[in-house]
Each structure stands twice: as C-alpha cells, then as structure tokens.
Design a protein around this ligand. Structure first.
Ligand code: TTP
Length: 413
C-alpha cells in the first residue's frame, strides 16, 4: 500500500510559529511533526509516500529530499490552490495504484494505529475506512453519525449541543480508488473548500461502504500553539534516558533525559526530567531545567536560567538570569539577560491567546509566550502570560510586553 500525507497548509492558527515554516515542520522531540508520521508508515512496511505540499514547500523538500535518508521513497505534488482536503487528495491520482492511506500531516499518532487499520481494512474490504476518536468536545472537528460501524453522516464543526455524537474524524483514512470519482463530483462547501468529508457523503449516497474505525490509541491534532506544548509533554513522557553528550561533575539529573551528541551540561545544573536536549547545546552552569522541556540543536542556556515545560527551537540563546515557563521560543532567538516570561495570571484564570484576531481560551492555567524566529529581547524585558511575538522583532531592555507584537517590529520603552 502507498500513503499520501497532506501537508500543503500554512497552519494559520499556529502563527507566529508558522510565519517562517509550515506547521508540519515544527519540532516534536527532535523531529518535525510530519517525520513522526513518515516513520510510523515505514514501521508498518509502507515505503512509498507522496507529500502534498504548497506553503513554504522548499523547507519540506530540502529536509526530506527523496526520502532515502529516512529509509523511504518520498515524492511531492504541489497543491496549486489551498482548496480543501478533497482537492489535496485529488493530486494523488497518478501516484496510487489501488487502496491507499491518507493522513493529515499535522497529527501525531500511535505507530500501532497504522497496523490496526490496515488489518481491519484487509479483513472488511470497505470502500473507505475513516479512523474515529471519542472526545469530550467535538465542536472543533468533523463529527460522525455511525451505525454498526458504518458512517451515516459527517457534520463539520457543529455547535457543541448539536453534535450527533462524540466521535470525530481524525484525518486518517484508507481509500479505494472509488474515492477519485466522488472527489470529481464534490462541490464547494459553505466554507468555500472541496472537503473530503463531502466526497464521503457522496459515497454514502451511492451505497458504498464507509467504515468507521474507532481507536483508543494516541492521536493528537496539532492546531494551536499550546497544542505544540501539549504534544511535547505527551511525547516526552516516553523518552528513555540516553546520554550521548557530556555531563560535568556537580550536575544533578533526575528523571529521563535525552542528551544528544556534542552537548554539555555544566556543573551546578539541576535537571528534572523528562527533558530532551539536542546536539551541540551548552547548558549552564547553575541553571534549572524542569520537566517537559525540549531544547533543539545548538542552543545555549546561561547561568541561573530556569526553563519549564517549554520548547526552545534550534540556534537560540537563553541568557543568564532568565525565566521561560510554558512557552514556545522559535529558532535563532536571543533572550537577553533577565528576560522573564510570566506563565500565570494573578486571578488564576486560564490564559487566552490571540488566534487569527480572536482571543481564544487555551484552557491552560499555566501558559507563557509564543515567540517567533529571530526575536531578540533586551535585558530585564518581561512578558505577561499569553503574548505572542512575530519573527524578526526586537523587544528592548526593560520593556513590559503585555500585548502581541507583529513581525519586523522594534519595541522600546
Ligand atoms: P487544517 O487543519 O485546515 O490545517 P491548516 O494547515 O490549514 O491549519 P489552519 O487551519 O491553522 O490554517 O488541515 C488539515 C491538514 O490537511 C493539514 O495537514 C493541511 C492539510 N490540507 C492540505 O494539504 N490542503 C488543503 O487544501 C487543506 C484544506 C488541508
């Protein structure tokens, strides 16, 4: 079987992190999100993979090339217009032979799930298999009505009390080639997109078998910045202790830590795993790295810094006396001495973050900042919970940042 991964999107809800790279290339414990999916497919014996790309596609192509380095064969098709998932899947026409798997590129899934669904598909031979998951609040997803494992209807993003069930579409499918005929007949939805769920509705009308496969295995849809922190928390739980770099005498390590080659943890550093530290990092002396922290390659963390539950992307410096909590810091940033990122409101209420012009409740009591690539902060700059900073921006010394800042700005006192 061949596989197709949909990765043409910008991930606009994930801005500012996606202003410089596609969402599927954001890191989760040392690999882009989409690499986790490619590896899951490979482990199940699926080696021929088509990536549907568009937004900043050169970043994806430069990283994966023809896939050989990753033990698979990768080819690419550019989606000309971001016209919906059915449109994206139509680009796989010449690539697939018979049945094929389709995955949204912005999900992280349990590798066993691919095995489970291929077995189920082979046993039951439906026309389409769609993987379903039960969630508490289905209102942000495609919600299905199901009877005897057959999908009867899919409703996109219903209001909470109007959802026909709590079973949602996970964006993982196995299709027979019949789907192309239905995609060709699919009309634009009220959202202005050609949606694959509408193609499935055409299959249902045509009495084709659209089977729902309910899973309780891990599946996470990474859409908004705090979900990147959450997926990081979940994935870090499973890392094993592995030390390829150097730990100086006088450092204290608790819990699991992955320390990649060329990195050094200096004396006086106190680590409370799980913590992932990439290649060629310089940590300490005398700093405190708390649980669920991911540090990318070539990161420097200076004296008396505290980092907690955060993602620090590659080539970034967090200089002495700084605090970073529940935050995402992009690549090539420099946080000046004494930069403080607050992660808790006085009133203890969940922190809100601006997503596409609207303040959205992150549901998190502890939530810091989301900072894009190439941001520099001056000494003693402070950030209130939930602010976002675009890329290439300078935040001057002593600034108290309590509102979002766009890219390419200079903010001074
Ligand atoms: P979305 O969840 O809509 O992802 P997105 O990148 O558009 O994010 P946002 O809403 O924040 O802008 O789509 C799910 C997946 O399908 C995602 O991996 C992108 C992919 N996709 C395409 O490749 N082409 C398309 O036309 C659409 C609509 C989605």
């Amino acid at each position: 079987m061949k596989a197709v991964i949909l990765s043409a999107g910008e991930g606009s809800r994930m801005r500012p992190l996606t202003l410089t790279k596609p969402k599927t290339m954001l890191p989760v414990i040392g690999k882009p999100i989409i690499q986790h999916n490619i590896e899951a497919l490979k482990e199940c014996g699926i080696f021929d993979i088509l990536l549907i790309v568009s937004y900043k596609e050169e970043i994806v192509k430069d990283y994966f090339g023809d896939g050989k380095k990753f033990g698979v064969n990768i080819s690419y098709k550019t989606q000309k217009e971001y016209a919906g998932t059915a449109d994206a899947i139509s680009y796989s026409k010449g690539f697939v032979e018979e049945d094929f798997i389709v995955l949204n590129g912005d999900i992280i899934l349990d590798k066993e799930l691919i095995k489970d669904i291929t077995e189920d598909y082979n046993q039951n031979s439906p026309d389409t298999l769609m993987v379903l998951k039960e969630v508490d609040d289905p209102s942000d997803f495609g919600v299905v009505e199901i009877e005897d494992n057959l999908i009867k209807n899919v409703v996109e993003k219903p209001e909470k009390d109007k959802a026909p069930s709590n079973l949602i579409n996970t964006g993982i499918y196995i299709f027979s080639k019949d789907i192309f005929e239905k995609i060709d007949k699919t009309k634009k939805s009220p959202r202005g997109e050609y949606e694959i769920t509408d193609s499935l509705s055409l299959q249902i009308i045509d009495k084709k078998i659209v089977r729902g496969f309910l899973t309780n295995k891990e599946w996470i849809d990474v859409g908004r910045p705090w979900e990147l922190i959450e997926i990081n928390e979940i994935m870090l739980k499973d890392i094993q202790r592995e030390i390829k770099g150097e730990i100086e005498r006088g450092a204290t390590i608790h819990g699991n830590i992955f320390l990649d080659e060329g990195s050094i943890i200096r004396s006086g550093v106190y680590i409370q795993g799980s913590v992932y530290i990439g290649k060629n990092c310089d940590i300490g002396p005398n700093c405190y790295i708390r649980g669920n922290t991911y540090v990318g390659d070539n990161v420097k963390v200076g004296n008396a810094v505290e980092i907690k539950n955060s993602i620090i992307m590659e080539n970034t410096n967090v200089n002495h006396l700084s605090y970073v909590g529940d935050s995402v810091i992009g690549s090539n940033c420099n946080l000046g001495a004494g930069t403080n990122i607050a992660n808790l409101r006085f009133d203890d209420k969940p922190v809100k973050i601006m997503i596409k012009g609207e303040k959205i409740n992150s549901g998190r009591r502890k939530m810091g900042s989301i900072i894009g690539d190439n941001v520099k902060t001056g000494i003693n700059s402070s950030f209130t919970p939930g602010v976002t900073v675009g890329f290439n921006t300078f935040i001057g010394p002593h600034v108290l940042l309590d509102e979002d800042v766009e890219s390419n700005k200079i903010v001074l006192l």
